[in-house]
Every structure is written in C-alpha cells, then in structure tokens.
Design a protein around this ligand. Structure first.
Ligand code: 5GP
Ligand code: MG
Length: 184
C-alpha cells in the first residue's frame, strides 16, 4: 500500500499516482509501442537518471525486440525548478545513427530537454525519433509532435518517486508523490 504522505525536510508530498496505476499504464504503453514498431527493432534511449525504473518496466513489457542505450543529462541540478540549461553528461551514443530511436523520459516539464535532444538526434542522422514520457506537465508547454506517447498528464507541481528525486533522494519510492506546499 502506498504511504499517503512523505516528508522531506520541510516539504510534504502526497500520493499522486500509485504503483498499480503506474504499472497498468506502462503495460498499455508497451502494447501500443509494440504494435507501432512491430516491423522494426527500435533502440530505446534511456534518459538518466530519472527514467531508470520506467525504462526497466517499459522494456520488459514490450513484446517486440528492442535494443538499449543510455544518456546522462541534467537540467534540474538540486533545485525544484528547471534551470533551463540542458547539460549532456555523456556523449550521444553513435549506435543511434540510422536507427529508429525511442527516447524514454521520466517527465516533460518546460520541454527544453526534448527540444535539445530532438536537435542532437537529428544532427546524428537517426532514421526516426520519438519520445515516450511517463509524465507530462501539460500546463507548462505545448505538446511537441515527437512526444508521441505519454503515460499521464499531470499538474505543474513538483513530483518525486519512481525514479524522480528531490536532491538525489526518494528515487526508490514505488509510487509518485506531488508537493503539497508548492510555494518553494
Ligand atoms: P524539462 O527540460 O522538460 O523542463 O525537464 C526535464 C527534466 O527535468 C526531466 O527529465 C526531469 O528529470 C526533471 N524534472 C521536471 N519536472 C520534475 C519534477 O516535478 N520532479 C523531478 N524530480 N524532476 C523533474
Ligand atoms: Mg528526465
């Protein structure tokens, strides 16, 4: 059972999505992606660190062959708001060239990360690209056409759990929690 509230310092978080809701939605996303990509073997590009659990669960639910690749990016630092600057912490894997790439993200907030990646992948000459994001803060930015699959549309509040951290903490919570006192 999900804990109803989680306290981190002075911040109180309340359950937004339970493990059961998350897993059910991931199975549905995996079915859709498996159908759409049945004629090809996509490379699934995991955006570290936040997407790590979503990535594992999504890939194991795919009924098609897929290959793995990883990319370390950061835009949040240790704050609760996006810095706006996307930093590549490792080079873009060359194996993505001429392949069908599915970027696996934890959450889309300002959309800066998506825009940055879209350009970088285009420059690398991938065959096709799209993004699957578990969460999308739909009030914050207009939906990009390459954001093809979304798990949940959520409000703009800061969220943690299931890979998402607050200053590197709380990633291993199985449920997703939203900040109650969203002043900070
Ligand atoms: P964007 O570039 O779309 O503003 O944000 C991209 C990254 O910021 C996400 O991949 C995620 O790592 C981080 N991020 C955005 N919103 C949240 C949030 O509510 N909680 C946490 N922990 N990270 C977030
Ligand atoms: Mg991310």
């Amino acid at each position: 059972m999900a804990k109803k509230k989680v306290k981190v310092g002075n911040d109180v978080f309340t359950v937004l999505l339970t493990e059961q809701q998350i897993q059910k939605r991931i199975r549905a996303l995996a079915r859709t992606i498996s159908k759409d990509y049945r004629r090809t073997t996509p490379i699934m590009l995991c955006i570290l660190n936040g997407a790590v659990f979503f990535y594992g669960d999504l890939l194991r639910n795919l009924s098609i062959e897929s290959e793995v690749a990883f990319l370390s990016l950061s835009s949040y630092g240790s704050k609760k708001h996006s810095s706006g600057k996307v930093k590549l912490k490792s080079p873009l894997p060359r194996v993505l060239r001429h392949r069908d790439v599915i970027v696996v993200e934890d959450i889309v907030d300002s959309g800066n990360t998506l825009d940055y990646l879209e350009k970088a992948l285009r420059k690398l000459k991938v065959r096709s690209q799209c993004v699957v994001s578990l969460l999308y803060k739909h009030e914050n930015t207009k939906r990009r056409k390459y954001l093809k699959y979304v798990g949940f549309n959520i409000p703009s509040d800061f969220v943690i759990g299931y890979g998402l951290d607050i200053a590197q903490k709380c990633r291993t919570l199985r449920d997703i929690y939203r900040l109650d006192n969203s002043k900070s």
